[in-house]
Ligand binder design. Structure first.
Ligand code: 13P
Length: 250
């Protein structure tokens, strides 16, 4: 039985004061016991999350990392630095990084490896654009994206990773994939992984992300292969995020 994971992706939002209020509200909740919960914050706030969340049962992480371990890479942040701040997770291959910052399939694979080398659990994001969905290329795109990682890491690495299916057209648009659309892709991904290793495929968590809200979370999380969510906008509002966590706990 896969334990559900609800991870917040704050993206480039927040400040010390708003973070503190949000963290206090989240820590006060009981809903957190039945599922795994994580928050992925901008780099400067990882120390704040570490101070606030240590011992709380809520894990924290970053939204990106360098593919390099150290060196002359001005402005970049290494996985070991994230580990130094107690991060458990790091998002790799988010569609915003792929679209805006040149994170190709190959770079994403390097970042995935760098994350695991630093002892972090990568949350590997996959997803098609609207044009790709309309051209019936959804499964082809997500297969290519996961294949690019598997090709260099091998299947065993997936036992220490989380996958997040995030259709690009559903991110920040209010347009959620239907539960059937999500299940179709999640089921197909798990089937493909099972061709490599049945046990690992059965155990790896596949999250759904893209306009998950308090009123659609329960339906999405009820699907057989949807093991929780990667939550953007709704993770910035304590009551909304907690309602989504509660939906995962049902
Ligand atoms: P929204 O929940 O705001 O659509 O964002 C989803 C996302 O990109 C999480 O990584």
């Amino acid at each position: 039985m896969r334990r559900k994971l609800v991870a917040g992706n704050w993206k480039m939002h927040g400040n010390r004061a708003s973070n503190a209020a949000l963290l206090e509200a989240l820590k006060a909740s009981r809903a957190l016991d039945a599922v795994d919960v994580a928050l992925c914050a901008p780099y400067p706030y990882l120390g704040q999350l570490q101070d606030s969340l240590a011992g709380s049962g809520i894990a924290w992480g970053a939204q990106n990392l360098s593919q390099h371990a150290q060196g002359a890479y001005t402005g970049e942040v290494a996985g070991s630095m994230l580990a130094d701040f107690g991060c458990r997770y790091v998002i790799v291959g988010h569609s915003e990084r792929r679209a805006l910052y040149g994170d190709t399939d190959a770079v994403v694979a390097e970042k995935f490896i760098a994350a695991q080398k630093a002892g972090l659990t990568p949350i590997l994001c996959l997803g098609e654009t609207l044009a790709e969905r309309e051209a019936n290329l959804t499964l082809e795109v997500v297969s290519r994206q996961i294949g690019a990682v598997l090709h260099v890491t091998g299947m065993a690495a997936l036992a220490r990773a989380v996958i997040a299916y995030e259709p690009v057209w559903a991110i920040g648009t209010g347009r959620t994939a239907s539960s059937a659309q999500a299940q179709e892709v999640h089921g197909e991904l798990r089937k493909q992984l099972a061709d490599h290793d049945k046990r690992i495929a059965a155990e790896v968590r596949i999250l759904y992300g893209g306009s998950v809200k308090r009123d659609n979370a329960a339906e999405l999380f009820s699907m057989a292969d949807v093991d929780g969510g990667l939550i953007g906008g709704a993770s910035l509002v304590a009551e909304d995020f907690l309602a989504i966590v509660a939906a995962a706990a049902r």
